[in-house]
Design a binder for this molecule. Structure first.
Ligand code: FES
Length: 125
C-alpha cells in the first residue's frame, strides 16, 4: 500500500472546485509554517450558505486532496456549519492521512474558516 489512501489519490488527481471563483465574497489565505505551502479558499455566500467555493493550493498531494475535500464538505452548508469543519473531519472523509501529513489537512480547514471570518467581518462591519 502506498502512502496515501485511494480517496486521497482520487482527490489529488481529480480535484473538485479547483481554481479561483470569478465572483466571490471573501478569500481566505493560509500558509503552512511547516513546509511553506500556501492555500487560498474563495467563497460565494447566499442566504447565509456557501453557494460556491473554489481553491488554489500551492502544495503537496495531501494539501490538494484536503483542499478538494474541504470544498466538497463546505458547499451548501450554512456558515456556522462550515466553520465547524475540522481537520479530523477532512482527514476522515479522505479515509485517513499519514500522520506526517496531518498538518496539511489543518491548512484546508483553517483556510475555510479564515474565508468565513473575513466574510463575516465584511458583513457585520
Ligand atoms: Fe505542505 Fe503538505 S507538505 S501542505
Amino acid at each position: 500500500m502506498g502512502l496515501y489512501s485511494d480517496e486521497v489519490m482520487a482527490h489529488f488527481t481529480h480535484p473538485k472546485h479547483m481554481g479561483k471563483l470569478k465572483e466571490f465574497d471573501a478569500v481566505g489565505k493560509v500558509g503552512n509554517p511547516v513546509c511553506g505551502d500556501v492555500m487560498y479558499i474563495y467563497i460565494k455566500v447566499k442566504d447565509n450558505k456557501i453557494a460556491d467555493i473554489g481553491f488554489e493550493t500551492m502544495g503537496c498531494a495531501a494539501a490538494i486532496a484536503t483542499s478538494s475535500m474541504v470544498t466538497e464538505l463546505a458547499l451548501g452548508k450554512t456558515l456556522e456549519e462550515a466553520k465547524k469543519i475540522t481537520r479530523d473531519d477532512v482527514a476522515k472523509s479522505l479515509n485517513g492521512l499519514p500522520p506526517v501529513k496531518m498538518h496539511c489537512s489543518n491548512l484546508a480547514a483553517e483556510g475555510l474558516r479564515n474565508a468565513i471570518e473575513i466574510y463575516e467581518k465584511k458583513v457585520k462591519g
